[in-house]
Write a protein that binds this ligand. Sequence first.
Ligand code: SAM
Length: 286
Amino acid sequence: MIEAIYPINWAGDYELIDSGSGMKLEKFGGQILARPEPQAIWNARLSKAEWEGMQTGNFAQEGSHKGQWNLKGQSKPWFINYKLGGDSIKMKLNFTQFKHVGIFPEQAANWDYIYTKSKELEGKASVLNLFAYTGGASLAAKSAGVDVVHVDSIKQVVSWANENQEYSKLKNIRWVVEDALKFVSREVKREKKYQGIILDPPAYGIGAKGERWKLEEKLGELLQQVAKLLSHDGFMVLNVYSLGLSPYIIQNMMTDYFSDRVVTITELCLKSRTQQILPLGIVARI
Ligand SMILES: C[S@@+](CC[C@H](N)C(=O)[O-])C[C@H]1O[C@@H](n2cnc3c(N)ncnc32)[C@H](O)[C@@H]1O
């Protein structure tokens, strides 16, 4: 039986309120937003009127405003905080294209793990974060005192991650704007070793120089390279979000390249105020 994991330390800064009919209603700090969620094919628990009454904005997935944010207030950035042990990180949120606001809140369950494992390394270590987006996982590792290399192919999101480093009063994360597979292959040639590796590849992506990333085609090659980079006692977090991908596929692939390590496979979920479970990915951890 594949277990489910949830973020448990979002103290009021984030909450999944309800979900259904292909949408989810979430509280991000001072905003309550309705956004498309393809996994939520069940009925919402709260009524349409309750959703409309609560929300401060929504990302329309149909009608004349399709693909746009419709906000009751101004469209301006806002901030949320996340506590990690005795530390905390601060991240900027903003209304972007494609319904994203700058974090994947379910990832907080991985931030907790990354922070704990990095603390155990007592600062004498390097952690590599691939497909690192706005840096939640990088900040979790950095606030635990280790060296961090943050790799993403989009310059704007790496700049956003750098801003989040400043808001979190942290420094010295190494920023790399490059295709993840290309970066990893070069590090292997340099015989580099990392004591922690985090990867959260999308289903599809484009590298910094147009390299095509398709999960099903490239994940095996990436895991093979990552296995050469990970120190013999290093930790690893692989997060995969691809509709309909079975956890057993990830289990088999992890066995292909990490058969000498103990691997746990779980489903990454969010639990709503209305007691629903929203599955949002598969996590393999070493
Ligand atoms: C799902 S997001 C990762 C979210 C991140 N783990 C987090 O929780 O903040 C995927 C990221 O991969 C990046 N990306 C897509 N293709 C890439 C590639 N070929 N090499 C490096 N990064 C890539 C995208 O720019 C995006 O920031």
